[in-house]
Design a protein around this ligand. Sequence first.
Ligand code: SF4
Ligand code: MG
Length: 332
Amino acid sequence: PPPLLSVRDLKVHFPVRRGLLQRQVGTVRAVDGVSFDVERGATLGLVGESGCGKSTTGRGILRLVPPTSGSVKIDGREILTLDPGALRKARREMQMIFQDPYASLNPRMTVHDLIAEPLSTHGLVSSRDEALREVARLMELVGLSPSYMRRYPHEFSGGQRQRIGIARALALKPKLVIADEPVSALDVSIQAQIVNLLASLQRELSLTYVFVAHDLAVVRHLSSEIAVMYLGRIVERARPDELFRSPQHPYTQALLSAIPIPDPDVERTRRRLPLVGEVPSPLNPPSGCHFHTRCPYTMDRCSAEAPPLEERRPGHWAACHLTELPTAPTHP
Ligand code: SF4
Ligand code: MG
């Protein structure tokens, strides 16, 4: 069978317009040729700093922003060419969990109405009783007491609000869930609860996830594979244990060395590779390898030529002109 999600050479470009006549002065290449597969029931962790295009990749897959070109197949069916009616039906299969459960829930709707809305929009419930039963079932599924269904979002904590967001996303029984930094806005103490909830829902419902995060540590235990993005491109892709043990791209090394490790012995042997500066603008990104303005190993070739994403060992892909990094940092 085909992978549940197959993305090929996805591009999402935005025109930049200025002045009274709104003349196009450039193009932001937010997503610039991204490819990956996610098998049924698996999780792709999509990681990078803010502005690297990871959220836009997620939104492009769901056509919440219009892709410029490429292919997105769910269960082998092309999504990017669906007409609006067919897309509306296909939306049931692919849902999004948003970063900010405060901003993504309408404050004037009760929890019942928030969760029942997608059900009635898609004609999945035929009576108020049926909606009530389905909302109660979904609330229990995400660990909320159905006795709260007449309450409003502001009466809940951040973690509970994210549970409401998850219930809403699961109402249509999707196959694919794109979670856009679902725990970044939450207290650290609550983050693990939500990650664990998503993991157990995945097992129970055979969900396939794309989990977007800026923090490698958050996706490590949840992901079947991790893809690291930089300025619209995937620079490295591997299974989490492999990626943490031997990162092949200097950018991944830098992200990993930013993760604090409590063990001082490990800390002493580990090579620090601090990331300097900000991600450059995706409008006129650096030539060649986009990372050359921040890479400690940059060579003449790097600003002239973009390195292709190549398979270095089975299942481990990297895009860098260096075939071996000077000193690989160890990471437990
Ligand atoms: Fe650094 Fe060059 Fe590799 Fe890019 S291609 S990551 S600039 S060494
Ligand atoms: Mg984002």
